[in-house]
Design a protein around this ligand. Structure first.
Ligand SMILES: C[S@@+](CC[C@H](N)C(=O)[O-])C[C@H]1O[C@@H](n2cnc3c(N)ncnc32)[C@H](O)[C@@H]1O
Length: 205
């Protein structure tokens, strides 16, 4: 990991993810989390204030970046939320089979290096009647925008910590054994190559 990735990128991620419009998306999905919750790629913990604590038994979080993990832990302490944090990536989730009620992933599936393995792990740890709450940016529906996403992606990925602009989140979920039970896919305000949002609830098939 170079100095940019270690020190600067975590600050940029925190800044970018603090966007007010992301906050509106968080507000619309996080309160649905319940029971034993696993949050994938917690970043700086920006989802924490949006959980409905009355419905939460426990939150387990994964965050590989040391600096972001420190920020998340500090915020959890400030909010008095019991949080168990791990540095593991989603490709290797340190939890038992079918042990969580809710998996949360917001603006993270774009950045996971081995996304197929990570989704397989999510399937393994989710209870059979559990739910996966997702809110992710990804591949736009129009061919013209998709072409731009494919063109920009190699450079963007280098600058943005492995973030991919062109992942088709819906197809990835379905191919990995999830069914999408509810969805709301639409553009947010902003450049179209960066702003197509996949938000919804998936369950095991
Ligand atoms: C754009 S940030 C989103 C952070 C947070 N989910 C949010 O909504 O603010 C993407 C996060 O995914 C994390 N990440 C990258 N690779 C990962 C992996 N393999 N497993 C879990 N998280 C990962 C990054 O460290 C970063 O914190």
């Amino acid at each position: 990991m170079n100095l940019y990735e270690k020190y600067i990128l975590p600050e940029l991620i925190h800044l970018a993810c603090s966007n007010k419009r992301f906050g509106e998306k968080r507000q619309s999905i996080l309160p649905l989390a319940s029971g034993r919750v696993l949050e994938i790629g917690m970043g700086s913990g920006l989802n924490l204030p949006f959980y409905n604590r009355a419905n939460i038994e426990r939150i387990f979080g994964l965050e590989p970046s040391d600096r972001l993990r420190t920020k998340t832990q500090a915020l959890a302490t400030e909010l008095n939320i019991a949080l168990e944090l791990s540095a593991n990536g989603a490709e290797d989730i340190p939890l038992g089979n079918h042990s969580v009620d809710t998996i949360v992933t917001t603006f993270t599936l774009c950045s996971i290096a081995n996304i197929e393995q990570a989704l397989e792990e999510m399937r393994r740890v989710l209870k059979t009647d559990g739910k996966l709450l997702f809110c992710e940016h990804g591949r736009a529906p129009e061919h013209g925008i998709q072409r731009w996403q494919d063109r920009i992606n190699p450079l963007w990925k280098k600058m943005a910590g492995g973030c991919n602009l062109n992942r088709d989140i819906d197809s990835l979920l379905r191919q990995s054994g999830f069914m999408v039970a509810q969805h709301d896919y639409q553009y947010m305000q902003g450049p179209r190559a960066f702003s197509f949002i996949y938000k919804g609830i998936a369950r095991l098939r």
